[in-house]
Write a protein that binds this ligand. Structure first.
Ligand code: ARG
Length: 578
């Protein structure tokens, strides 16, 4: 189905051109005053400024040109020169019926498909996954689902941190039980690793010897030392198993479980290549690439390719990883869903990659995001002031959901196990929706009470809305009611629902173009509200007129299909019942 604002913009654009004006002035959007009109165009005001005439006069001319348009029920002028537009019900009916029963709900796939790599998650080996990983997982996962749905050829890569100093620190810790208090017989398990890392990390800050020794081990590891490399492989394996479990419990999956270390074999040839291209220089013993550019407003330090001891750094592995991705996927686009605080790192990286000519045809974008804060407006901490583990956060959300369900008498006739499954689905929906409904660049305050509510703009409210429609349709089927009639607008609430349903393409485009899943949360919430008003005013199952009933049940079905699609793109599951 066409995006109605786009279709109307094209129409208005033609009218502006016919008046000797720019087509872009015909831009149409959904009306700010739905009580007056469905859509509006404000182009006459801008046109009048340019032509130094009266906006109302221009608006009149445009209106005259649209007067006999069969798709338009009304064209009206308001205020200084707003053009208000209302489509005919016939046209809306025809549009909406064209998508009923379509498995893609009328959304075309991008043609040609782009090859896109999405880098998100980014946990570090031997460190537990914590709340800081929630946003990259939610946003990254939602984008991989959206890009895939829109037809792109997506490869997601978790890009673990497994090659830096923290690895040397963990290996040092394994050799020093007197420091860590952890004695490992045979292979370390995750619990050992999670204890060891923070202790050695803290010790490195206080004791230069520990730092120095950890650095030496890191260098040896990177040189594939026969002692440290096999130990590292074990540590990595234990950690990856735990990560997979963590991601699975969030409902997030990756095509590739690669890490920084996977790019290691590409580092030496890359360094030779970049040296040969003459873009590197020595600076205080380190090999660097200058990446500042004319017009930089902020200082842009050089990218450090190799440290003076020859060790690879974060930039080094990220550069080599670009080469690996070009070799494996020849991407058109690489997206990095990483905390905004790493923005400079990515700016340097992209400039370095372009300067070195290593990125093939790939356009690279850093999709930054703000932090999830506590009520003190600082990055969220546990009550004790520590970093909360992701698994603890999920349990907390599940427990809160369970409590709320009991209070509201939801899923009352489900078994205890079923209730637990639903509670987890509700808890995760709460976490994901509240996170995604904030624009990714804003920080937001974590508020469990608000996000697990069954009312308001929350994940649980939307799950509930979907489950309710399922039960309406089940009831209709039980009663032998036909749920597949053609949609025919009668009541104003039906028209509003059809208009809401017609906005899907625009919402998907917006979320895709801006890489902003909050366009989808806004959309589903608006849709659920339109449905709720519709359902309050327009009985469906018990409507006696078969045509009206068929139309209303078809609206229920289409609304459910859209909720399922969009919640699915947000990574939110809909419980069977609630
Ligand atoms: N491991 C990194 C961190 O914890 C995030 C990795 C992001 N991806 C990347 N290609 N640099 O900060």
């Amino acid at each position: 189905m066409s995006d109605l604002t786009e279709l109307l913009s094209a129409k208005l654009g033609e009218a502006f051109v016919a008046e000797g004006l720019d087509a872009a002035l015909g831009q149409v959007r959904v009306s700010d005053r739905p009580d007056l009109a469905q859509f509006q165009c404000n182009g006459a005001m801008a046109a009048a400024k340019i032509a130094k005439t009266n906006p109302r006069a221009i608006a009149e001319k445009i209106k005259t040109r649209l007067e006999n348009d069969p798709l338009l029920e009304k064209v009206e002028l308001a205020g200084p020169g707003f053009i208000n537009l209302t489509l005919t019900d016939d046209f809306l009916n025809q549009q909406i019926n064209s998508v009923v029963g379509d498995e893609r709900l009328g959304i075309a796939k991008h043609d040609p498909a782009q090859s896109v790599v999405i880098d998100f998650g980014g946990p570090n080996v031997a460190k537990p996954m914590h709340v800081g990983h929630l946003r990259t997982c939610n946003i990254g996962d939602s984008l991989q689902r959206l890009f895939r749905f829109m037809g792109d050829d997506v490869t997601s890569d978790v890009h673990m941190g497994d090659w830096g100093l923290q690895m040397g620190q963990v290996l040092y810790g394994l050799e020093h039980p007197e420091l860590t208090g952890v004695t490992v017989d045979g292979l370390p398990d995750l619990e050992d690793l999670e204890k060891i890392y923070p202790i050695v990390s803290a010790a490195s800050k206080e004791d230069d010897e520990v730092l120095k020794a950890s650095r030496e081990i890191t260098a040896k590891l990177q040189a594939r030392d026969i002692v440290y490399y096999p130990k590292w492989e074990e540590v990595r394996r234990v950690s990856v198993d735990a990560m997979r479990e963590g991601f699975t419990s969030l409902g997030v999956s990756f095509d590739e479980y690669k890490g920084e270390a996977d790019a290691d074999p590409l580092i030496a040839p890359m360094v030779d290549d970049l040296k040969a291209k003459g873009i590197t220089r020595m600076s205080e013993g380190a090999l660097v690439i200058d990446v500042e550019q004319d017009g930089d407003k902020k200082e842009m330090p050089p990218l450090i390719l190799l440290k003076s001891d020859g060790a690879a750094l974060y930039h080094t592995t990220d550069m080599a990883t670009i080469i690996d991705r070009v070799n494996c996927h020849n991407p058109d686009l690489i997206l990095y869903v990483v905390d905004q605080r790493q923005h400079q790192h990515f700016e340097q990286l992209f400039r370095g990659a372009i300067k070195g000519g290593i990125n093939g045809k790939a356009f690279m974008e850093h999709l930054g995001f703000g932090t999830m804060n506590g009520t003190d407006n600082k990055p969220f901490k546990t009550r004790e002031g520590g970093v909360m583990k992701l698994s603890d956060l999920i349990s907390m959300a599940t427990e809160t959901a369970r409590k709320r369900m009991d209070e509201a008498g939801l899923a009352a006739d489900s078994t205890a196990e079923e209730k637990q499954v639903i509670a987890k689905q509700v808890g995760l929906a709460a976490l994901k929706f509240s996170d995604l409904s904030n624009h990714r660049m804003s920080n937001y305050v974590f508020d469990m009470d608000h996000m697990v509510a069954f009312e308001g703009k929350t994940g649980p409210y939307l799950q509930y809305a979907a489950v309710r429609i399922k039960s309406i349709l089940a009831r209709a089927e039980d009663q032998g009611r036909d749920v597949e009639g053609a949609i025919e607008i009668g009541a104003p609430e039906e028209r509003n629902l059809v208009l809401a349903l017609s906005g899907l393409q625009a919402a998907l485009n917006m979320a895709y173009d801006k890489r902003a899943p909050n366009a989808l949360t806004d959309y589903v919430y608006g849709l659920a509200q339109a449905f709720s008003s519709f359902y309050a005013a327009c009985p469906a199952v018990r409507e006696e007129d078969a045509r009206i009933r068929g139309s209303r049940l078809a609206l229920c079905r289409l609304t459910l299909a859209q909720l399922e699609l969009v919640l699915g793109l947000l990574g939110i599951e809909i419980p069977e019942r609630m």
